[in-house]
Design a protein around this ligand. Structure first.
Ligand code: SF4
Ligand code: SF4
Ligand code: SF4
Length: 189
């Protein structure tokens, strides 16, 4: 099984429900509108809002893309960052993490950030979403999306909803030229 995320840029209405619900559900202890997370530029959550200004401005929602060849795992000296055998997701074992921050530097997408209280790295999926996914359900950002712009599922299963959407649409993965092989599909049309 290889679980992956999909974001349909043609359906997204930029409501930010996914951004806010990720922060509020996974990191309620640090959710402060008046004190933005300096690394994520807004809330202490796992989805960062980026406006790509190459030609016509485009919205991008950046989070961990669960690379099949993840630089964050390669540099981790303790194997705290690892690819989970059951799900294919890139996860972080906090009991092994020594807080060296090498993974934060190594991620070419800026998907990891430092929790201000634990001083350990954080990334998608957050602690609440990990439990939801292990229970066989889709993460919070997917279930709250009012535009059905997000999906999550097994790309090794040709009959999963995400596999069907990928096969029927034109999609790309973030910065594919880096060779990290992200398991995150951006539908373009
Ligand atoms: S997006 Fe960054 S944090 Fe996520 S697996 Fe890839 S390199 Fe690691
Ligand atoms: S901060 Fe933790 S997870 Fe990241 S590279 Fe260091 S030990 Fe590994
Ligand atoms: S919740 Fe859905 S529609 Fe709203 S910003 Fe996120 S992906 Fe876009």
């Amino acid at each position: 099984m290889r679980l992956a995320y999909l974001w349909d840029s043609t359906k997204c209405i930029a409501c930010m429900a996914c951004v806010v619900s990720c922060a509020g559900s996974n990191y309620s202890e640090i959710m402060r509108f008046e004190e933005p997370n300096p690394m994520m530029k807004w809330l202490g959550g796992n989805i960062r809002v980026v406006i790509r200004e190459v030609g016509r401005p485009e919205l991008r929602l950046v989070s961990c893309f669960h690379c099949d060849k993840p630089p964050c795992v390669l540099v981790c000296p303790t194997r705290a960052s690892h690819i989970d055998r059951d799900t294919g997701l890139v996860l972080l074992d906090e009991t092994k993490c020594i807080g060296c921050k090498a993974c934060i530097v190594a991620c070419p997408y800026g998907a990891r950030w430092l929790h201000p209280t634990t001083l350990l790295p954080e990334k998608c999926p957050g602690p609440v979403c990990i439990d939801i996914i292990r229970g066989g359900r889709k993460p919070i950002c997917v279930s709250v999306c009012p535009a059905n712009a997000r999906d999550f599922g097994d790309i090794d299963d040709p009959n999963s909803s995400i596999s069907i959407k990928i096969s029927k649409s034109k999609s790309e993965r973030p910065l594919e030229l880096l060779g990290t092989e992200p398991k995150y599909f951006i539908v373009k049309g």
